[in-house]
Ligand binder design. Sequence first.
Ligand SMILES: Nc1nc2c(c(=O)[nH]1)N[C@H]1C(S)=C(S)[C@@H](COP(=O)(O)OP(=O)(O)OC[C@H]3O[C@@H](n4cnc5c(=O)[nH]c(N)nc54)[C@H](O)[C@@H]3O)O[C@H]1N2
Ligand SMILES: Nc1nc2c(c(=O)[nH]1)N[C@H]1C(S)=C(S)[C@@H](COP(=O)(O)OP(=O)(O)OC[C@H]3O[C@@H](n4cnc5c(=O)[nH]c(N)nc54)[C@H](O)[C@@H]3O)O[C@H]1N2
Ligand SMILES: [Mo]
Length: 690
Amino acid sequence: MLLDVEDGRIVRVLGDARHPISSGYTCQKGRRAGDLAQGPDRLTTSMRRTGTGTHVPVPVSEAVAEIADRLRAIVDRHGPDAVALFMGTQQNFAALTPPMARAWFKGTGSHKLFSTMTIDQSAKWVVAERMGTYLGGRQRFEDADVWLLAGTNPVVSGNGGDGDGAVVQNPSVTLRAARERGLRLIVVDPRRTETAALADVHLAPRPGTDAVLFAGLLHVVLTERLHDADFCRRFTADPRALGDVVSDVTPAVVQRICGVPADQVRTAARMFAAGSRGMATSGTGLCMGPHSNLAEHLVAALNVVCGRFRREGEPADDRAVLTRQVPARAEVAPPARGYERGFRSRIGGVRAIRGELPSGILADEILAPGPDQVRALIVSGGNPAAALPDRGKALRALRSLDLLVCVDPRMSDTARLAHYVIAPTTMYERADHTAIMEPFFPRPFAQFTPAVVTPPPDVVDDWRFFLDLAAASGQPVKFAGRILDPAAPPTSEQMLAMMAERGRVPFADLVAAPHGHLAGDSGAVVGPATAEGAGHRLHLMSDDVRAELRAALTDTAVTERFPLLLTVRRIRETVNSTGTRVPGLVPGGTNPASMHPDDLAALGVADGQRVTVRSASGRLRATARADRSLSRGTVTMTHCFGSVDRREDLGVNVNVLTGTRDGVQAINAMPTMTAVPVAVEPTTSEEDDS
Ligand SMILES: Nc1nc2c(c(=O)[nH]1)N[C@H]1C(S)=C(S)[C@@H](COP(=O)(O)OP(=O)(O)OC[C@H]3O[C@@H](n4cnc5c(=O)[nH]c(N)nc54)[C@H](O)[C@@H]3O)O[C@H]1N2
Ligand SMILES: Nc1nc2c(c(=O)[nH]1)N[C@H]1C(S)=C(S)[C@@H](COP(=O)(O)OP(=O)(O)OC[C@H]3O[C@@H](n4cnc5c(=O)[nH]c(N)nc54)[C@H](O)[C@@H]3O)O[C@H]1N2
Ligand SMILES: [Mo]
């Protein structure tokens, strides 16, 4: 990005046309970075909550000392598991924050670690734990001739699931160019999204039925023998078992359950299998659905049976530039089912997966009495008050805490409930580099930037808060292999240099390249299997996966009471709750409930009229909007709007309609946040006033 800074203030933000990755592409949120960093709601000091619930400024050193005292008292009485950390999405946009937040947390001795991964795409973790992982790397977008995107809308989200970084840089231009060079694009989405409009084939399944659809795609690939028999033989344990399980899921069954015409299922399966290279990748539309772990498993299985991975001797994925490159090998890490051994929560016996407890049980961890009940919560770069399912319960839980600390540059919903709000620097006020963004770049690339705007006097870098808190609590902090001395802490630049020590570009080279550094090919290739690894196989089918498919085949989500399905939808102007408060950014200012015009007409509702949306978990009011891109029978609303302060007109929080009881996934306690059964009716004007 190029910034015009006058008198220490950002006056203009532009894309950098000389940038080798972005070529100057920006999104509107990026161009409004000045408003995000220095708008009227930007916190310029940390805050302490008073007895009456208002917040008053507090010097950050005082806040840290008080927080450390209160944490110590809680741990002395209740033990370390009474302390929890919630790591939000924006924590990942500063390279130093995640490792330092984790380092502080490790020193507490608590098991109560939560992040947004488990209300997002933790199904991908479950798949790796149940199926195993191929260690040679995935095929790339740049030389692919087919790609399938399911439940992701990268043209708006810049995401593309766990897809390839090449898809998400300037996504609509990239996808168009790929199609011009011959790539076939298949999109699976109940909405005719901005991405679906670019596709060769758009399958629009009934929301929540993707598992059946992917079972049907696998059926076609396996019965027509379009799979990669060599890859299956060498790297999978049980291709036959998968074939047996999907043998009944014919295109006709898919048509009945998913509403996708049988011939389209065949066309898509053949098109995907006919491609010589290319992956199927999926996003929140699958990972938030009612059978998310199964749907993800079957997407992964499709990639496996089509052999969409790099073989021995092929160039390895070498996008690790500042981080250590892990050698790629043509072998399998077998399924570990690590979640069968992780720390066991007293809430439903759910276990930690990859060291984290699922955020779907966070509110219960706080509310349910028990010896290790969570009483103190530190929130880093997240807004759980807005993001957690079952908004009512989430707010009750956060309000009941003995200590809630929120590190956030704005008074988010969570900050408003917090005892302490720590005001951090924002992105142009701190030095940073791209270590944790590497997988999102299309090519090996790295960039460093110093701070270019002077922060307000009493704000701290996020990482410093965690170091200072550890120091005040008497905990040592280990970073990049050494114990940090809190009395003489390194600068952010020194920390960033330490973090990049095991990379392949010297830090000085990075500093000398203001437009970023293309690292070039490393020359690494996929190596042969080790003696031990040669015996390992991917497991495509197991008893639990088989049982999940049986359940998905008989699921009937819509009922007379809730005849419509609410689906997730992101908009260009906000990233979760970020941007909702920037004046003039969101068209109309709030989040409408969008429906197909014929569905609105059937309900007797006009475009722009107020409606009530009900689910088994709650009800809310919203403004109806006609939207022809939607399939009949679906309603979309964007999440993370609304405010705990009723005087603010910020739309309404859709998590009033989601719950943590019904449709929760086994293993990762992932709630259903898309394909939620709802009913919509016109709101009378008296109702709306109340
Ligand atoms: N119903 C429904 N619920 C959902 C979703 C959905 O689709 N539907 N999506 C889910 C998903 S995928 C996610 S990831 C979660 C999002 O959950 P969260 O990550 O908890 O929510 P965000 O709104 O992204 O919170 C980011 C916070 O970080 C703050 N922030 C910005 N910059 C900085 C910084 O430099 N430092 C610090 N410390 N803070 C900063 C922002 O002001 C904001 O308050 O929501 C989930 N909830
Ligand atoms: N502009 C913007 N960008 C963002 C974010 C943001 O809030 N705004 N959030 C960031 C975050 S935290 C995340 S996790 C990523 C998410 O990135 P994506 O997963 O790409 O998120 P969405 O754009 O909501 O796309 C989800 C798609 O799933 C479709 N869908 C809904 N239900 C179903 C279903 O049952 N089946 C299928 N097949 N599709 C379904 C929706 O119609 C929608 O088009 O985006 C990131 N990028
Ligand atoms: Mo997310």
